[in-house]
Every structure is written in structure tokens, then in C-alpha cells.
Design a protein around this ligand. Sequence first.
Ligand code: HEM
Length: 553
Amino acid sequence: MLSFWALTALLAVAAWIWLRLKGPRSRLPPDLRGPTPASWILGNQPEVVLSEAGEANRRWKAQYGAVYKYYGCFGDEYLVLNDANAVQHVLKGQTTSYLLDKSLREFLRLVTGEGLIWADEADHARQRRLLSPAFNTPFIKSLAPTFAACAFRLVTQWNQRIETEGDDKGGWDVEAYHWMELLTMESLGLTAFGVKFGSLEGNQHPLQTAYTGLIGSAYSHPSKLSIALGAAVLHIPAFIVHHLQKLPLPGISKFKEAQRVGRKFADELMAKKRRLLETNHVLQDRDFITVLVQAGEKNQKGKLESMPDEEIYNNLTTFWVAGFETATNASSFALIELARNPDMQQRLASELIGILGGAADRDLSDGFSTDEVEQMPYLEAVVNETLRCHGPIHSGLFRAAGDDLIPLSNPITTRDGKLNSIRVQAGQSIICSFDGCNRWEEVWGPDADQFRPERWLRAEAKEIEPDKQCGGVYANLATFGGGPKACIGYRFAVLEVSVFIAAIIRDFEIALSRPDWELGRDGSYIGTIPMERGRWQGGGRCPLRVRRRRSVM
Ligand code: HEM
């Protein structure tokens, strides 16, 4: 059988010949500055993909300014935006003026089905309205006890391991990245499907098996061949990508099998909930399926129309793909920063014990509330600073639907003079650097590159001049994007990560398990993943030495 990659390689060769015949076509102002490509096939892409998250951008930004161009594979030109006004303009134009690349969108259909990330224009607006009850503030706030009870199950497991596997000083070495994966998975299982997987206790639920195959750090530090093949995907016409899904290719079959298992499981749950609704039950369970089968909007005849089961399912998959690895990475980065900064950890622990009580006074098996989380400004500061410095998605890729003029906060210098705005033509690929916006010195100060939660305790952090706002949906950070396609799960994610960190730091003192361990931020494509610098093939890492927290001064 022809493998997925062999077929991609074949199509890549066809795309290469076609592009060569077509010749280079630049859509950007010719005087816009940027790095020289190493070759036509790979362009500057290896520098972007193989350096740490946002690193190439930081280097080029310092050299060419906040707006520049670089070359991807096969002569593709990318316009990179680090400028707040420009990023805000593109984010606001999503679903109309700035869209997902068509071929990429077809691949997305394979992974998530036709859910919210995939949807554009009117269909996107309709789905977003129908999904909103699952993401409104009161519903999300009500999830804190679920997240906290889940985190307490992790705390219980760690306490048992300290007991059985710890050293004579009460220390136990743990690869916490793996545990953060289990914890995020368990919370998504409970909040999306209302199902307890039991993965923290070592069980393997069929739904968990099905979904685990969908995600992962598979794209970390790819070979140059993989970089070229990955880029070729963007040159395969969307209709061919669409038909590829019907072929029995191994990579595709994996997605299809996951969809089949997940779908069967969700269908049974949805059918059960719909039967209960028909007999006038009001369902109280706090999970997305329950909320979504009960939600709907009135059609023109005044009849309530709820989201079809197919769409609910596609969106559950979408939430899984969008919310699993991102929240795992954010929580792991927060733990790593606290392990590296004992003073910050101590300050946080004092705040947590002041509000939640210590481990000896209060068992958190029933969780704790959002009200309690909201009484902890230093916890908020630690989480915000993690999302600023280590945003799990470092950039977004967009495609201009038509010709446009993008306004800039600060003029840029080109080879021929200064520009206050930048003209783009239909089809232009644009990268908004979320990491670049989050580290902009004019907003975050000269120490913008440093992890310093204290900056969030000053009122100024929340008052940014309009011309310096990047349009981010949360805390003037670009981390969750902005505009009509801003992350719908941002409240969920911020609360979830805050609760996880609170539960762990209240009960454990953490340090890095190896003093020589160096944090590397893998930035292959759009995700930022904590790894060991130089050992990229090892996947996500958060190596901790944990001990029961004894006393807090
Ligand atoms: C720290 C964790 C997370 C980060 C950093 C993150 C970041 C993002 C970003 C950057 C986008 C694209 C925004 C844009 O284009 O303007 C996005 C979209 C999205 N996210 Fe998140 N996300 C996180 C967690 C979650 C969670 C937990 C869920 C669901 C439970 C979720 C669901 C979604 C969905 C459905 C979209 C597509 C929205 C649309 O197209 O309308 N995300 N996210």
C-alpha cells in the first residue's frame, strides 16, 4: 500500500514542477526587509522550525524591525507581524478578510471534523453562538471544583509515591509532564463528556485511547525532508486533500478509527441525554455534552433549534485537540518556572495556604471554588506570566482573502524609506507572532524577556494604551488570539491551569530533579513545548523533585 508520506512526496514533486514552471511571484512590497533564504526548496524554514519557539523571530525582529518577510519552502513568502496594531487588524478580520489556508483547513477537517476551528464565515458565527452556553462565565466558574478534585487525585497519587518510592529525605523524582498530561486528560474527560477515565489511577479508558492518538508532539524538530513535505501540503490543492481522506492510508486510518470510537461513545451519551430531555428532565450534570444538548437558538419560526449531534461531536473533538496539549504545556511551564524560582514558589505557597488552608487542615477531595481562586492575586500573576512568557501557541498563520492595507502602531523602515501601513494582496500568507507581541518592550518593559510575575501586581499591567493593544482576548496577551476566532476556551484554560498549580504548590515543595537540566522551548510549527534543551526527540519534559510541603513562613 502506498504510504501517506510516499503519496505526499509524489504530490510535492508535482507541486515543485508546477511552481518552477509558474516562476516566483512576490505579493509583498519589494523593499520590505528580511533574511536571505538559504535555498529555494527550504528557504528560511529550517531556521524557523528548528530553533526554539520564537527565537528566529526575535533575531530577525531585532535586525529588520517588527514587520518583515521571510521565505518558506518553494519560494513561499511570509509576512511576519510583531506590531500590535497590525496583529489586532488581522485577528479582527478572521473569518472574513483573513482565513485559514484552504489545504490546511481540509487537513483540519480530518482531525477535528467540521467543528469551530475548521469553520469560517456565517457557519462559524452560528456554531460559536450555539457553543457559547458551554463557555459563558458562570458555567466555566462552576467547573473549578471539578478541576480541583481532579488535581487532588493527582496529589493523592504523588503522596502515595513519596511514601513508597521516595528517598529518606522525603523527596521523589517525577516526570511531571506526563502527569500534567494525565491531569488535563482527566479534566477534559469529566468536563467535555462527563466521564471519569481513571487515568491518574492507572486505568485506560477506550475513549482516552482513541483521543490520545490524535495529538502529541509528533512534529518536534522534524528532518529537512519532513519540513519540505510539510510545506508541500500547502501546495496540494484543497480538493485533492479532501479526496485523500477517502484513501486507506495508515496516517488517515488512525484518525478515522479515533473518530469512530469517540463518535460511538458520544452518540450513546447524547441519545441518553436527549431521551431524558424528552421526558422533561432538566439535566444538572456539569459537562459540555449536557449543556450543548439542552442549548439552542430560536429559528425564524420561533422554534428552538439545538446543535445537531454531528456538530456537537465535532466540537468535542475540537476542544480536545485545542485544549489538551495547550493546557498541559502551560501547566508544565508554570511548574518549571516555580521550581527554578524558590522565592516565587514560597510566596505563592503562603498565599495558597492563607486562602485554602494547609494540607493538614483541609482535604481538597471536594475541590475548591472559583471565588477562592479569585482571592489569590499572586496565583493569577504566576499564571498570567506563564501565559505571557510561554504561550503554548507562539504564532498564528493566516491567509489574506483579498487585497488589504494593514495599519501599524510604529512605522517600519524599509530599504526605500518608512511605512505607516503595509499593503498585502489576496492570497498573502501572514504570520502573527503572539510571542513577539507578548514580549514587546514598549508594553512589558525592558525586562520583557524575564519571567517576573510581580509585574502583574502593578495596576499598569492592566492599562495599556489603545495603540499598543494587540487585540488579545485575555489580559492584553496575544496568547489566546483575538477577534471572532479568539480561543473560546480561554476562561476554561486559565481557571484549569490556576487550579492545577494551586493544588500542587499548596501541598508540595518542588525543585528541578537535575540541577544541570536546561529548559528548551520547542517551537516546531505553532506550539511551544517544554523540553530538555538539546534532547528534542524526548518530547515534553518537566522533571521535578517533589516533597510534601511542611511549613510556610
Ligand atoms: C493554555 C491553553 C490554551 C491556549 C494557549 C489556546 C490558544 C488558542 C489560540 C491561539 C487560538 C486561535 C485564536 C485566533 O485565531 O485568534 C485558539 C482557538 C481555539 N481554542 Fe484555544 N487555547 C487553549 C485552551 C483551549 C481549551 C481548554 C479549549 C476548549 C476546551 C480551547 C478551544 C479552542 C477553540 C474551539 C478554538 C477555535 C475558536 C474559533 O475558531 O472560533 N482552547 N486557542
